[in-house]
Design a protein around this ligand. Structure first.
Ligand SMILES: Cc1cc2nc3c(=O)[nH]c(=O)nc-3n(C[C@H](O)[C@H](O)[C@H](O)COP(=O)(O)OP(=O)(O)OC[C@H]3O[C@@H](n4cnc5c(N)ncnc54)[C@H](O)[C@@H]3O)c2cc1C
Length: 480
């Protein structure tokens, strides 16, 4: 009987798990999770993703248990852990789905070499993206423009997802394993529990609800902050609780079964967002230093003016700009921010406060429950204007206008900035402009119950453009 170890890492699901699927066709399966130092470092600063990991593992373990498979959990040096399991199980093959973060790439290359050098069959699969992200353009170069990448993607064949293997043969005799609770991951995270249910079952249910109720209006409504028109799949995709290929094909199937042009437009808009995720990984594998360094190198000389106090006010949602404050408070409470607000809040940090985007990246890395290295780096570089195919630096979001346009009734602000909840809609976006009697009636005292704006929008805009002028001479350089 052939025995294959399947290594789980941010692909905590049974459906469309190519490594698991192929291992099930080969013989007995030994599912393995390793809590190595590298994994511990990855989760150390983000309590939300640690909590999500705990529950993803718990669910995976119980789903495997029902099928008489035992999830083996090891800690410590990963190579030693793998060798231990190989010896204990007499497995002769090691299968896993690739990851694309620079440290993960190094790790999987190293393990592959080490195992192959001792005669173990190693097989790697594309499990968490639609394609392997190393596609190159006609000139043999990485893509620099999203639309070209998207057009290329549409010509490629996205492999159909595998179902959950019907027959999986387990092998656990004599293999030692830690208990999940020995890893020190948090089982409870009360504020997140109010908003999220991690795991594969919840992911599938989230997709089902979105596709039945909201997808039809996705194109028109996705930017409206309180519309509930987006999928909220990001934390599930980030942890691999749902397969992006499964989502892609399910959305396309809906299109094929229904001739409604509104649905067709919405499905296309949704698929484009999944494509941005692919494009983000494409960038990350070709520019592994993009989490720290600007892709447009002239931004290395950008005259940032970081102050700890302003940074703290942004983190805490006390900038005096209600939309920004609502977003930053939503982040602390739920681990996510609506994409529109993410863009405006990030832009505010980088352009209104002239604080380096890397500081914002780090804050999101610690606090986002959907934290994803490629998407986070791409998002920040897009906003800062230093990325590939990014928003030009001189386009500066006006937080007041963004608020009026995308939260017209102020519902989002009222929810997350309750001290402004009773302000009339006409003033909720810019309370500092409200007449004194209105403020009094609403119990708002600017500077006391709610901060006055930490910077003036017009002055901050002017200052940002002047800062940009200092590097503009070099601003036409193409991204590296
Ligand atoms: C500064 C900044 C940082 C960001 N950091 C992250 C991050 O760490 N993790 C993350 O998943 N997304 C990040 N995003 C992208 C985006 O904000 C989220 O993916 C989106 O808000 C998730 O909500 P949803 O699942 O309802 O999205 P939907 O609109 O339903 O989109 C479906 C899926 O497509 C992908 N997607 C959507 N928008 C983008 C985008 N702009 N770039 C890449 N993929 C996208 C996500 O996987 C998302 O779940 C960031 C954006 C910005 C501007």
């Amino acid at each position: 009987m052939k025995r294959t170890i399947v290594w789980f890492r941010k692909d905590f699901r049974l459906h469309d798990h190519p490594a698991l699927w192929e291992a099930s066709r080969r013989g007995a399966i030994i599912p393995l999770f390793i809590w190595s130092e590298q994994d511990q470092a990855e989760y150390a600063d983000n309590e939300g993703t640690s909590w999500w990991l705990y529950h993803s593992l718990k669910e995976l373990k119980s789903k495997l248990r029902i099928r008489e498979l035992n999830l083996i959990i090891k800690a410590g040096n990963e190579f030693e852990a793998i060798i231990d399991v190989m010896k204990e199980s007499k497995a002769d093959a090691f299968y896993f789905n690739d990851r694309y973060e620079p440290v993960e790439q190094l790790r999987q290359e190293r393990i592959t070499k080490q195992l192959e050098s001792i005669g173990v069959e190693v097989n790697r699969f594309t499990g968490n993206l639609l394609f392997s992200p190393d596609l190159l353009n006609g000139k043999g170069e990485p893509y620099k423009v999203f639309t070209s990448y998207w057009n290329r993607m549409l010509q490629e064949n996205v492999v159909h997802p595998h179902p959950v293997p019907v027959e999986m043969e387990g092998f656990a005799d004599g293999i030692s394993s830690l208990n999940l609770d020995e890893l020190g991951l948090p089982e409870r995270f009360p504020s997140m529990e109010k908003h999220w249910q991690p795991g594969e079952e919840a992911a599938i249910e989230t997709w089902r609800t979105f596709s039945e109720d909201a997808l039809l209006h996705y194109k028109k409504e996705r930017d409206m902050i309180s519309s509930g028109a987006t999928s909220t799949l990001s934390p599930f995709l980030a942890m691999g609780n749902i397969s992006v290929k499964a989502v892609w094909h399910a959305a396309r199937r809906l299109n094929e079964e229904d001739s409604n042009p509104v649905l067709h437009q919405s499905v296309e808009a949704f698929l484009r967002q999944l494509a941005w995720r692919e494009f983000a990984y494409h960038q990350l594998i070709h520019h592994p230093d993009m989490i720290r360094l600007p892709l447009r190198k002239q931004f290395l000389a950008f005259p940032w003016q970081r102050t700890d106090e302003e940074f703290r006010k942004w983190q805490e949602g006390r900038t005096g700009y209600p939309l920004i404050d609502a977003g930053m408070r939503e982040l602390r409470e739920t681990g996510v921010i609506h994409n529109r607000v993410r863009m405006v809040a990030a832009s505010f940090l980088v352009k209104h406060l002239l604080i380096p985007w890397q500081d914002g990246y780090n804050w999101f890395e610690k606090n986002l429950i959907d934290y994803d290295m490629a998407n986070n780096a791409t998002g920040w570089q897009w906003v800062a204007g230093s990325g590939i195919d990014s928003s030009p630096y001189f386009r500066i979001f006006n937080p007041y206008l963004q608020s009026e346009k995308f939260d017209p009734n102020g519902d989002y602000i009222r929810k997350w900035v309750p001290e402004l909840a009773t302000l009339p809609t006409a003033y909720i976006h810019k309370p500092s402009a409200a007449p004194m009697d209105i403020l009094n009636e609403s119990g708002v005292e600017i500077g006391l119950t709610y901060p006055s704006p930490i910077v003036d929008h017009a002055a901050a805009r002017k200052r940002a453009l002047a800062a940009f002028q200092q590097i503009k001479g070099r601003a036409e350089e193409p991204p590296v």
